[in-house]
Design a protein around this ligand. Structure first.
Ligand SMILES: Cc1cc2nc3c(=O)[nH]c(=O)nc-3n(C[C@H](O)[C@H](O)[C@H](O)COP(=O)(O)OP(=O)(O)OC[C@H]3O[C@@H](n4cnc5c(N)ncnc54)[C@H](O)[C@@H]3O)c2cc1C
Length: 387
């Protein structure tokens, strides 16, 4: 057992139960096989949509569940504890494209897109990174040039989660190339759909983990995007993306806690069953200490995550809190999955048990939506923010 949120509301308990049942019924039976085959099953999108899990943070007006951030993260932890690939699809869709359209889109864009996105008829993705612009995302070079009623986009976006199957991709491109507007200023956020002329899905990444989550390059080859698909001010897209990433990081933190918890649950069961030297290995203090450390870190990570989520819903500035939660949770996931493989010994190193998948899946939480180094930079910078 890890420390849980003792005062879950009735709604939170209900959503937690729904997510747990959904994960056991619709995700668990296929997770290992899809990982092994490195295959994405698009059927999951429709199923997630049917239970409302693709509109968790959208208001009811847009057919969303209108949940508080904490409640959404509780559900995400449950899904991630069974399959991190499904969790990242949910996290990106709920935290980035739908939230960006809700916060910065026009009434027409919201009416056109948010309801089908909540229903799971349209899957969302987020395209900020480029081959030469990762941590330094503001160095992106995809160009957007105005041409009558359209913008012409040329460039390559990389690492786009769900990019090969997404219907609505929020893609950042440079709209102002003047020297004084280099960097974060002069970047627009565009609603890109795969039917646009010049849109191509490029290389699919062959990844260490999250193997059933498709991660692809997207090539925009003089792609014509109607001006009606620009989100808000055509020069403020990067600002919108950064504001949304604060919350996105909470989704990744919940994913990380879910993976860590799965590693602990598998380890406690295995340590009770596996016998060496005529005793279950849980009798050895060396194993007990590993389990104790895992449990403590998961509880601390979960507490930090939900403190940040509650502060966000109160409208506080949560930039530092989101980075702390993401940093601590992702390093907890890596720690716990590493300990789990150790507790399983040789059996942890093969595919007979799920802990090797957890170990592979955990690593990316220290990398995407800002690496651990970038989170530390954000946290440290905020220490001096009010000087
Ligand atoms: C599976 C997966 C899915 C992803 N999904 C998406 C997605 O949907 N949309 C999207 O836009 N992007 C996505 N990404 C991209 C991800 O956000 C980037 O990989 C990440 O931001 C790091 O960028 P990079 O890989 O270019 O590494 P780099 O920025 O090249 O960093 C390399 C190393 O240098 C360190 N470093 C860089 N700058 C500094 C600094 N100033 N100080 C100290 N250390 C530094 C980094 O921490 C890292 O350790 C995804 C990535 C992966 C692997």
């Amino acid at each position: 057992m890890t420390w849980t949120l003792h005062d879950l509301t009735e709604e939170q308990r209900e959503i937690q139960g729904l997510a747990r049942d959904f994960a056991q019924r619709e995700v668990a039976p296929y997770a290992a096989e899809l990982d092994h085959e490195s295959r994405f099953d698009p059927a999951i999108v429709k199923k997630l949509g049917e239970v409302g899990f693709l509109g968790m943070l959208l208001p009811e007006e847009y057919e969303g569940l209108g949940l508080e951030t904490s409640t959404y993260l509780i559900a995400l932890e449950e899904i991630a504890a069974v399959d991190a690939s499904t969790a990242v699809l949910m996290s990106v869709h709920n935290s980035l494209p739908t939230q960006m359209i809700l916060r910065f889109g026009s009434t027409e864009q919201k009416d056109r897109l948010l309801r089908p996105m909540a229903r799971g008829e349209l899957l969302g993705a987020f395209a900020l990174s480029e081959p030469e612009a990762g941590s330094d995302a503001a160095a992106l070079t995809t160009q957007a040039v105005r041409d009558g009623d359209d913008w012409i986009l040329t460039g390559t976006k990389s690492w786009v989660t769900s990019g090969s199957h997404a219907d609505v991709i929020i893609a950042m491109a440079r709209t102002d190339t003047r020297e004084e507007r280099k960097g974060a200023r002069g970047i627009g956020a565009f609603i890109v759909t795969p039917d646009l002329p010049g849109f191509h899905v490029g290389k699919k990444e062959d990844k260490l983990g999250l193997r059933s989550s498709p991660t692809v390059q997207l090539n925009f080859d003089g792609m014509r995007v109607p001006a009606a698909n620009v989100l808000g001010d055509p020069h403020l897209g990067f600002v919108y993306a950064m504001k949304s990433l604060d919350a996105g990081r909470l989704g990744i933190a919940a994913q990380a806690i879910g993976i860590a918890r799965a590693a602990l649950d598998a380890s406690t069961s295995y340590a009770a069953e596996r016998r060496q030297f005529d005793a279950p290995i849980r009798d050895f203090q060396a194993i007990q200490f590993k389990l104790a450390d895992m449990s403590t870190r998961i509880s601390a990570g979960r507490a930090l995550l939900h403190l940040a989520a509650q502060a966000k819903d109160r409208g506080a500035n949560v930039k530092q809190a989101c980075s702390m939660a993401k940093l601590f949770a992702s390093e907890t996931a890596m720690f716990c999955t590493n300990q789990a493989v150790q507790i399983f010994g040789g059996y942890g190193y093969v595919k007979d048990y799920p802990v090797e998948r957890y170990f592979r899946d955990a690593k990316v939480t220290e990398i995407y939506e800002g690496t651990s180094e970038i989170q530390r930079i954000v946290i440290a910078r905020e220490l001096y923010a009010h000087d």
